[in-house]
Design a protein around this ligand. Structure first.
Ligand code: AFP
Length: 337
């Protein structure tokens, strides 16, 4: 028997370290992982199972859905019966998802994006599932306000990457660990212990086509990266843009870098594209636990007080020294205003 550590063993051993643990969290995490294995299978089948384009309908974001709604249903069905949840919130559903009356309610809330990067599905590029877990009052129907909690209150955050391999990246506040799905056995195996992000980096990720809508601090940072060794940074930079947050974050966890989806001058009511509760917050928790930093440019993401479930925020995350430089540029600009 190899000395591989399965996700199940890892979670149970972590639970042993929490004397008050009742096993409810372990069951919840196990159910999330089961849902993600099912989603991985659907994604890996791609056009073979004919779902691409079949579930044509508009979601609450006004976007055409394909596998989005199917993966949302997989997550809901895997979680709603467990007795561990007071409720759920999904990128695909406008209002919080209630636990059916026939099931007991529990002490956790799960907020998730079932298929991040879904516009990549049709072109067979990496997509993923992002989830965030909060505690809630037990046995009562959660109010919308129960979901509107700062990211610093998360008890767990993770994402599953459906790429060349299927990987789970997870934090419960004691560092970040990566698990690779052994497709033959159907178990996630610990392959990336205690992931740490290099504090310096020479790779940035941003959608350059939005350049004319950026604020000055972002323009300054990107211009300096593009100027490379001829400019004030005196070294060359590389650029990446996968249009899939999970892929960008996983790359940064492995080799450093900085990801930016900044405030966009096009529509002040839409301060960025990424959603706070089920994209920015879980990624911020993971990035900080791995030694990186995550900011809106003007505020630590985990300190942002949410005002609505589908609220968007500007998102700058990655290698600590690069994020701090960008935040400094925002301070310079705001201070000069
Ligand atoms: P989709 O899920 O609609 O593909 O959006 C993915 C995403 O929210 C995030 O994963 C990417 O980093 C970002 O949007 C890509 O945005 P652009 O398509 O504007 O580059």
């Amino acid at each position: 028997m190899t000395n591989q550590v399965t996700l199940t063993q890892f979670i149970i051993e972590q639970q042993r370290g929490l004397p008050e643990a009742s096993g409810t969290f372990t069951l919840l995490l196990n159910n999330i992982v089961t849902a993600c294995k099912q989603i991985s299978h659907r994604v890996n089948c791609g056009a073979l199972i004919g779902v691409l384009g079949s579930a044509e309908s508009e979601n609450v974001q006004g976007e055409v859905q394909k596998l989005d709604i199917i993966t949302n249903d997989i997550m809901v069905r895997a979680l709603d019966w467990s007795g561990s949840l007071g409720g759920m919130a999904s990128e695909e559903i406008n209002d919080p998802i209630q636990i059916p009356k026939q099931y007991p309610k529990g002490k956790y809330l799960v907020l998730f994006d079932p298929l991040d990067g879904s516009s990549n599905i049709d072109i067979n590029l990496t997509v993923g599932t992002i989830f965030s877990i909060l505690r809630c009052r037990e046995g009562v129907e959660p109010e919308p306000e129960d979901f509107l909690r700062k990211g610093s209150e998360q008890v767990c955050a993770g994402f599953v990457l459906y790429g060349p391999s299927t990987m789970l990246v997870l934090t419960t506040g004691n560092g970040v660990n990566g698990f690779t799905l052994d497709q033959d056995v159907g178990e996630f195996i610990l392959t990336h212990c205690n992931m740490k992000i290099p504090e310096d980096a020479s790779e940035f990720a941003i959608n350059m086509s939005n350049q004319r809508f950026w604020e000055a601090p972002i323009k300054r940072y990107v211009d300096e990266c593009v100027a490379g060794s001829d400019g004030p940074r005196e070294r060359d930079f590389n650029m990446r843009w996968v249009a899939s947050l999970v892929a960008e974050v996983y790359r940064i966890l492995n080799r450093g870098g900085v990801f930016m989806y900044p405030f966009d001058l096009r529509d002040p009511a839409k301060p960025g594209k990424l959603r706070l509760l089920y994209e920015a917050n879980p990624m911020a928790f993971i990035i900080e636990q791995a030694g990186g930093a995550c900011s809106t440019g003007r505020e630590r993401v985990l300190d942002v007080k949410p005002t609505s479930i589908h609220q968007r925020v500007p998102l700058i995350l990655g290698s600590k020294n690069e994020v701090e430089r960008i935040v400094g540029y925002h301070r310079d600009t705001d201070g000069a205003a």
